[in-house]
Design a protein around this ligand. Structure first.
Ligand code: CTP
Ligand code: MG
Length: 228
């Protein structure tokens, strides 16, 4: 049984704006995407890290990725949605993968992931029948907006968690789940649609997804405190 990471990086970063997809915005002299991949290749139990690129990607080849070592490979099979990008990658990998292998899907945009967070996920789930995901219990009071930008209602936060990545499921189960449902925003959503219950593994706010321009400065500062 192996552990394989898939990093979807075929999005356009529309909420970030700018002249290129956010995964290639420069951060301490390297593209944002570098940092999540660097963490994943540094996890001893992970055998391969597969970055999913858009077939139209012209940025990847402009960088030297060789310092990240031989675990790294690229799949130019990105699709119209994140779920489609992951499904395409799994189809491409299915020939060299056993159904029992664990697949960890991680957003390229979660640049501040740590080896410790990945180790905690693997330690918790390696004997789990379903798999699961890093997530964080909601701390703030939750409001649902009405059409006019006012509070329509307060939503009880009891039991609410924010889903993060990596999300870790067995390869065979994940392929089946994503074939059945590509209208989901994460892998857990597809597994839930099979009637299964992914385990929530507590992470923290440092594993946030760089989405808006102001998030970029935060990631830069956080990585600087780690000497990056
Ligand atoms: N992603 C992908 N294929 C897509 C859409 C998204 O591989 N068709 C990837 C992104 O590159 C990112 C991750 O999925 O690493 C999470 O998506 P998100 O943060 O929403 O990135 P974008 O879709 O690029 O950004 P936006 O939604 O603001 O356009
Ligand atoms: Mg998106």
């Amino acid at each position: 049984m192996r552990y394989i990471a898939i990093v979807p990086a075929a999005g356009s970063g529309s909420r970030m704006g700018g002249d290129r997809p956010k995964q290639y915005w420069p951060l301490h002299g390297r593209p944002l995407l570098w940092y999540a991949v660097e963490t994943l290749v540094s996890v001893p139990r992970i055998d391969a890290v597969c970055v999913v690129l858009s077939p139209e990607d012209t940025e990847w080849d402009q960088y030297d990725w060789s310092p990240l070592g031989s675990k790294l490979r690229t799949l130019r099979v990105g699709g119209a949605t994140r779920a489609q990008s992951v499904a395409n990658a799994l189809s491409q990998l299915s020939g060299d993968m056993s159904a029992q292998d664990w697949v960890l899907v991680h957003d390229a945009a979660r640049a501040c992931l740590t080896v410790q967070q990945v180790d905690a996920l693997i330690d918790t789930l390696s004997d789990d029948p379903v798999g699961g995901l890093l997530a964080m219990p909601v701390a703030d009071t939750m409001k649902r907006a009405d059409d006019g930008g006012r509070v329509g209602e307060t939503v009880a936060r009891d039991g609410l968690w924010q889903a993060q990545t990596p999300q870790m499921f067995r390869g065979g189960m994940l392929i089946e789940a994503l074939r059945a449902r590509t209208d989901v925003t994460d892998e857990a959503g597809a597994i839930e649609a099979l009637g299964l219950r992914p385990r929530l593994v507590a992470a923290d706010v440092t594993n946030f997804k760089v989405t808006y321009p102001q998030d970029f400065a935060l990631a830069e500062r956080l990585l600087a405190t780690r000497g990056k």
